[in-house]
Design a protein around this ligand. Structure first.
Ligand code: CA
Length: 438
């Protein structure tokens, strides 16, 4: 487990002035990774690290030979178009690069002049997927979401008996994962209206969001070699924001007996920036299970997981309708919650996923599952906020929504703040719904 070290010191300031501004997502204590290039250029994508409103170009850092030792090896791996090679190097290498960048970006650092030449403004950048994602697994770790959804589908039996014992998940689709800015066509498919004699085909009428975090695997494990919970976090590179778009009408008809299929695999949007677990160290909180609930089986339990296995990440969803966009208005707040309410931790997800011998590989992605909080106004999906579409939400400008409409853009933001620690953020995850194919 990452410990607090000199890179987290809230007193640190950077010679990149924008990194010191109040409310900045990317102060010197954060240092998240992305894959980027200059907009509209034919430059190769390469790894970058956010600092204020700038990006440290890892290809330029590697070419300039600014770092030595393990940090130099990590910078060279990070110079590739996607971050898989850096992820594969393992936690000590990520940590060495973070420390070298932290020291070189601090006010008064002797590397300032050389490193300034490696900066690219974020305003001039476009982003690619941070990793080549071999496999994508979507979990279901919010007991509040599972209960809210269960009530809609099975009023008498909302939470299935396995939920409090097994971190539930299913294998998703990697090919349709896109980076923030993704626009996708409203999916078409089969739906079945209760009372009808047969299903109908057409554009989904119940298009929804799912507020999630993405978890990128760093170093993998060999096939047949489970990862014990005491080592699970060493395999996690970092976290991003994730919107698991969902067609609820397709889902209701297709999901039994094998789970979601076409209702989920048409698009998944992630934020470009991956915030490392090390950066999140100051925001750890205890993993709490009500005493009346089953406690995790021994393979899913450790002292460290109990004491500090959860993360207090603040999450927010905003919805920008076409009318708001036409009037120059940003998105209207839809929901606020925290990742701390999850029923299973990141370490438990990694351990459970591998306990049967399944091998994880660098760049694999987990979805946390919809992160609904304990009260309905903290629900991370419209299906919960609107009680299955029956109670539309009224947005700040008076517009109402039961489900997403064409042209709607959804913005997810995440950040951490706590007394005695620097505020850090995840940037934004933005996706837009286009009309169905004609
Ligand atoms: Ca999901």
């Amino acid at each position: 487990m990452n410990l607090i070290n000199e890179t987290h010191d809230p007193a640190l300031h950077s010679w990149v002035a924008s990194a010191n501004a109040a409310g900045c997502d990317f102060p010197v204590q954060n240092l998240p990774f992305a894959s980027f290039r200059r907009q509209g250029s034919s430059e190769p994508f390469r790894g970058g690290v956010a600092i204020g409103d700038q990006i440290v170009d890892l290809a330029a850092v590697a070419a300039a030979g600014l770092f030595t030792g393990e940090a130099s090896v990590a910078a060279q791996a990070g110079a590739q178009p996607q971050l898989n090679a850096l992820m594969a190097l393992g936690q000590p290498a990520w940590s060495a690069l973070r420390l070298a960048l932290s020291r070189a970006l601090r006010a008064g650092a002797p590397e300032q002049a050389a490193l300034r030449a490696c900066l690219v403004p974020q305003a001039e950048a476009e982003y690619g997927l941070p990793a080549r994602i071999g496999d994508y697994t979507d979990f279901y770790t919010s007991v509040h979401h599972a209960t809210n959804i269960g009530k809609l589908f099975r009023p008498d039996n909302p939470l299935l008996p396995n939920y409090k014992w097994v971190p539930i998940g299913y294998h998703g689709r990697a090919s349709s994962i896109g980076v923030s800015g993704q626009a996708f066509r409203r999916p078409q498919g089969q739906t079945f209206v209760p009372g009808a004699t047969e299903p109908s085909f057409g554009p989904s009428q119940k298009l929804d969001i799912e507020l999630e975090l993405g978890i990128f695997i760093g170093s993998g494990n060999a096939l047949g070699e489970p990862v014990p919970i005491t080592e699970a976090e060493e395999h996690v590179f970092g976290l991003c924001l994730l919107n698991d778009w969902s067609a609820r009408d397709l889902q209701a008809w297709e999901y039994q007996p094998l789970g979601p299929f076409l209702s989920k695999n048409f698009a998944t949007t992630i934020s470009p920036w991956i915030v490392t677990l090390e950066a999140l160290a100051p925001y750890r909180v205890a993993f709490l299970r009500p005493e009346s609930d089953p406690q995790p089986l021994p393979y899913l339990d450790s002292a460290a997981n109990r004491q500090a296995g959860s993360l207090d990440i603040q999450l927010e969803v905003l919805l920008q309708t076409p009318a708001m966009r036409a009037q120059g208005q940003g998105g209207a707040p839809l929901v606020r919650t925290s990742y701390r309410h999850a029923y299973w931790t990141v370490a438990q997800m990694v351990t459970h996923h591998t306990v049967n011998g399944c091998n994880l590989q660098p760049g694999d992605l987990f979805g946390s599952g919809t992160l609904s909080g304990p009260t309905l106004d903290q629900a991370g999906a419209l299906i919960e906020l609107t009680s299955g579409g029956k109670n539309p939400v009224t947005l700040a400008n008076g517009e109402v929504r039961s489900w997403l409409e064409d042209g709607d853009a959804v913005v997810i933001r995440g950040w951490c703040e706590q007394p005695g620690a620097a505020r850090i953020g995840f940037g934004a995850c933005v996706g837009t719904v286009l009309p169905a194919r004609g």
